[in-house]
Ligand binder design. Sequence first.
Ligand code: GLU
Length: 500
Amino acid sequence: MISKTDQPARVRFAPSPTGHTHLGSGRTALYDYLLARQTGGQFILRIEDSDQKRYVEGAEQELMDSLRWLGLEWDEGPDKGGPYGPYRQSERKEIYQQYAWELVERGSAYPCFCSADRLAELRQEQQSRRETGRYDGRCRRIPPAEAAARVADGEPHVIRFKMPHEGSITVNDYVRGEITVENANLDDYILVRSDGLALYHLAAMVDDHLMKISHVIRGSEWLPTFPLHVHILRALGLQEPVFVHLSVFLKPSGKGKMSKRETAALMQDGYSIFIKDLKELGYTPEGVLNWIALMGWSYDDHTEFFTLADLVDKFSLERLNPAPAAINFTKLDHFNGLHIRSLSDEEIARRVQPFFEIAGYATSQDKLLRIAPLIRERMVTLDDAVPMAGFFFKDQVMPAAQELVGKNMTPAESLRAVQRTYHLLAGLRDFSHESAEGPLRELADELGIKAGQLFGILRVAVTGQIVSPPLLESMAILGRDVVLDRLQVAARMLEDNIES
Ligand code: GLU
């Protein structure tokens, strides 16, 4: 078994570009990356795009963007090449053909000429007898020379694996251990379709061999055909990589997998299982990585904060857990908040800026850098910065007149408090948090109100919000002119309120 100190691992992430990149893919890629980096090996990106019917335009780009956003850079791949390319299966068609015919020559595969109609009929008969649908082996009995002649004549055919009828096969999954299956329960699976394109079963095994892959880390949806894969490798006399099948993700309730409808509905709650959405929702790559790393793996029973560098250091295949993992978005929020708080102010300023832009605010890095310490503790997602700190970038704030009235105070008393504050701040020698605090507290005393009552009114007047980052620090960032302007507007609103 391979562990940290062993040989450099060659690991591939082999997604099919059939839709949005989801967290399951992110997790597989992460584990691939960790094993490669930890052993000083290579992380390879291979695009499994041989099924043209399921191909989705743009999906490959999204995959690459998502991996790069997460910080999982590959060493070899379709965009950067490498010694074992091409790295897109659609460009490797001839290679699979060659291996398919080698299997035929070795007596482990055969061309099948059955029409789609015949197969449909067969399936129906089997269904009516309540049997599992499988190929009945008719073309398996055609003498090889005759079959070869029919193929040479151009007769449409697929290539099927000639599954032994007797005996059993024992395969080894790194996480689950040995699994033994009766060959009689396996089918004569199709390896190459009638259009000449190889299916995953053959293509992936051939590629893993030619690309010198040492560990195949993939989803557990491949467990049912895992015995077929090992049959193929053995029939070709190829070395078997270490197979690692990861746990499945269940919906947050833990009951079953997420449906398409549930996935779409999630966005309304500000969550998603797609990496690109998580980015747009204000999650950080650090938070997402930490979260997915722990869906199916643990370091011990208490450590939960990991950076990518920590994970490279601490990850081990031994601690993978095969039990299905329920997706827990509360944990995502938790990790995201932790990672935001561990970023520098510069980094927070840089990362929140695009969210302000999307919301239509013109910001500056200078100002954001001063705001970052005021909001960092409160943010769960990066876009939280906008409702928290948008008032810094507005020309005017529009408080509701009612909110300008202090707690247990009349509008007239509140107006007086605003006016007195205006004069106090206008007359300060310098305008800072420290210079304003003492005099404002004294003012509250003089007015016979609590400091909290006064600050409550000022908060609404200056920020337009009932809840805001620390008030005095915020006022210092806004600057005296803006604060005085806003106090004046507030005073006017209170006056109107009293008159009407
Ligand atoms: N193309 C397969 C998928 O996306 C890859 C499985 C594997 O990693 O071998 O499910």
